[in-house]
Design a protein around this ligand. Structure first.
Ligand code: GLC
Length: 512
């Protein structure tokens, strides 16, 4: 089995959120299973921020990528670009950087007007590379809309190609974020080399929704938790693609399983381990929790809080995106402060979402602190040093913070949604069996209520220690289930792609 993974993020090279962690950890974990003939290939744009280890053995290959990526020539009347692929074996996979400075040598990963063009280039560069190398692959695994271009442009431009155009080449699309689709209106189609009426464009549509097109075309589609997979089929959480995902789920693979499903992410227990975490003031483990108090004191000193105050310290870390519910914590803050709590918030992204915290932190610097940046070391200190970890996400395909918090002995307070619902057991509903606190309504009151349950539980020191212990014992290791589930999905995708096409005309996905 040979797997090629394509994504816009991969930790530690380029990361904006959980996507980067998953792409890295899954590739590494798949490589360790012994089920692959060679390490996973991970294609990633060579953003300006990507820094390779000095002295790394990098192989380069230049491929000509046809399409609207450079000036027209006789051979390529629609234009082409010479793109350098820099490959190195590292972290248990083969990282393959797609280096095209016009597209990727910029500050930041996303958010440019020409993102569809940039990620269209990524997709075609992958296809051209695989084609030039001429080595058969079994599974093309693409993540989110940015990499979905690989599947869509393959169907449009490479049908019948000996390597990438084979019908039997299986594709798996993993959706980490259903809110971002990669929508391109009719005037923009040319930036992908497409035109209205192309077969990858929905008939009569006002453009192309690249995530939609990937869902339609991929052999199998998954998202990153079973609960989110179910929620994504509803109008409330489906972001307009619920009918498309339902259409996919209504089809079965050869094993009779739906072609759209959920696989819960894991975390890497070696990367997230309070016993070996070099950023912590004092290491600790489930067997010896003493160091956690040292981490708490260190964190509080760093942010200018009184380390002697035993009141609950709430941590929250994330992308400043409406999804994450920072506004709910800001709104609940006065009520939480009134109960003696203090808040440590870290986030990067939309500065408007940080504004309420900035104001609160100015008024009460002794009780609220905002670290408005992406700070790896501080994140680890918050996971370890806080008493509770807050995740009031409005929706959450999986979420990673709650899993890290569990492992760091910091019980999570979460909204019952998506992967949060799948990973945290509510102590209020299951006294003596819980690992955290779960609320049903994504409102400031819902969040404050759940925090108050947690404050009360914390009053019983022995009961609290048992709750912490249960959380630390939860096994979310990639190797304990998720990696095998991806291998199984890969095998099902390969079998389905190899099977003869069903008789009759294939139905199209409902338009987005
Ligand atoms: C996205 C989702 C998050 C998930 C992550 C990795 O960031 O919002 O829920 O954990 O991708 O799959």
């Amino acid at each position: 089995m040979r797997i090629v993974s394509v994504a816009a993020e991969c930790e530690p090279w380029a990361k904006a959120g959980g996507l980067g962690d998953v792409v890295d950890a899954l590739a590494r974990s798949l490589g360790r299973t012994g089920a692959l003939d060679q390490p996973v290939d991970v294609f990633l744009p060579a953003y300006r921020s990507v820094v390779l280890p000095p002295g790394a053995a990098v192989e380069t290959l230049t491929v000509t990528v046809p399409g609207p990526y450079g000036p027209a020539t006789g051979a390529h009347p629609n234009g082409s670009a010479n793109v350098v692929i820099r490959s190195l074996l590292t972290h248990g996979y083969r990282l393959r950087l797609v280096d095209h400075p016009v597209a990727f040598d910029r500050d930041g990963i996303y958010g440019f007007d020409d993102d569809p063009w940039r990620f269209g280039l990524l997709g075609r560069a992958v296809l051209e590379t695989l084609r030039a190398e001429g080595q058969p692959i079994d599974l093309l695994h693409v993540h989110d809309w940015h990499a979905s271009t690989t599947v869509v442009l393959r169907d449009r431009f490479y049908a019948g190609d000996r390597i990438v155009g084979q019908r039997s080449l299986a594709t798996l699309l993993t959706i980490h974020n259903l809110a971002y689709h990669g929508w391109v209106g009719l005037p923009g189609l040319a930036s992908l080399g497409l035109a209205p009426g192309d077969r990858v464009v929905a008939p009569g549509a006002a453009g192309i929704d690249l995530l939609w097109a990937g869902i339609e075309r991929a052999t199998l589609v998954n998202t990153v938790s079973p609960t989110f997979a179910a929620e994504a089929l509803t109008p409330a959480v489906g972001f307009g693609l619920d009918p498309t995902l339902q259409w996919k789920a209504d089809q079965a693979d050869l094993a009779g399983r739906p072609r759209f499903f959920g696989i819960l992410n894991g975390i890497d227990p070696a990367v997230w381990d309070p016993a070996t975490d070099a950023d912590l003031a004092a290491p600790y483990s489930a067997l010896d929790l003493a160091g956690k108090a040292g981490c708490r004191a260190d964190l509080l000193e760093r942010v200018g809080f009184d380390p002697g105050d035993d009141g609950p310290v709430l941590g929250m870390i994330g992308r400043l995106d409406p999804q994450k519910g920072f506004d709910l914590l800001a709104e609940a803050a006065p009520r939480l402060l009134a109960s003696g709590a203090r808040l440590i918030v870290q986030g990067s992204g939309d500065p408007a979402l940080a504004a309420p915290f900035r104001a609160l932190a100015q008024r009460r610097p002794d009780r609220i602190v905002l670290n408005e940046r992406f700070d790896r070391a501080m994140a680890r200190r918050i996971y370890a040093g806080a008493d509770l970890y807050v995740m009031p996400s409005r929706f959450e395909p999986c979420g990673q913070g709650q899993m890290i918090a569990l492992r760091y002995g910091t019980p999570p307070v979460v909204h019952r949604t998506g992967g949060l619902a799948d990973t945290v057991v509510d102590e209020y509903l299951h006294p003596g069996a819980g690992t955290g606190f779960v609320f049903d309504h994504p409102t400031a009151d819902g969040l404050a209520w759940a925090c108050e349950q947690a404050f009360e539980a914390r009053g019983d020191a022995a009961g609290w220690a048992r709750l912490v212990g249960r959380g630390m014992a939860v096994d979310n290791d990639w190797a304990s289930g998720p990696t095998a589930a991806y291998l199984d999905a890969a095998r099902r995708a390969v079998a389905l792609a190899a099977a003869p096409p069903p008789a009759g005309r294939r139905s199209r996905a409902p338009k987005p």
